[in-house]
Ligand binder design. Structure first.
Ligand code: ATP
Ligand code: GLN
Length: 150
């Protein structure tokens, strides 16, 4: 299967320090996406079971002469991942790599600016609140050579 990348880097407007990557994907692809995200140091992810309609449609059922019924909604999973601006592209690429089958129904990704992040337990805001244990800062710290050994 060819690697598909998001086509061109968007010029994000409005500019923001943080973005929410909101991906609507096939339920059975979620474990693949989440383990790929974990490997790249993404520790904060929210998932919800959702239903919707798009190109895939659903199985239409006639009800009172109308084809628009609950059955037109297809079950999917929404993954919401808030990350720093410079992580957005990598997260999107990873989602596309793991969620894509090439068939109609693979889903969509929305990128939404986030104005602030607050850690409820500590009251921290912004970068401090967005940073996760085991995330990028910790990964680069463990990858750094120990002083005095080089
Ligand atoms: P702490 O007080 O250390 O922050 P906590 O349990 O209150 O711990 P987290 O475990 O970091 O907070 O997050 C709580 C929930 O918020 C997670 O289960 C997840 O659903 C969501 N979440 C956290 N960070 C993110 C993120 N960056 N993107 C999306 N969802 C997140
Ligand atoms: N940006 C955070 C970090 O590098 C990770 C955010 C997340 O896990 N969603 O620690």
């Amino acid at each position: 299967m060819p690697i598909i990348r998001a086509q061109s880097s968007p010029d994000y407007v409005p500019d923001s320090k943080f973005y929410k990557v909101e991906a609507i994907v096939r339920s059975w692809r979620v474990p693949l996406v989440s383990s790929a995200l974990l490997k790249m140091g993404i520790r904060g992810v929210t998932v919800s079971d959702v239903r919707g309609f798009g190109a895939q449609g659903g199985s239409p059922e006639r009800q009172g002469g109308s084809e628009f019924s609950e059955d037109n909604f297809v079950a999917k999973v929404k993954m919401e991942i808030v990350v720093s601006k410079d992580q957005v592209e990598a997260v999107m690429e990873e989602i596309i790599k793991e969620a894509r089958t090439g068939e109609i129904g693979d889903g969509k990704i929305f990128v939404v600016p986030v104005s602030d992040v607050i850690r409820i337990r500590t009251g921290e805001r912004g970068e401090k609140a967005e940073r996760m244990t085991g995330g990028r800062a910790d990964m680069s710290a463990t990858a750094r050579p120990v002083e005095g050994l080089n």
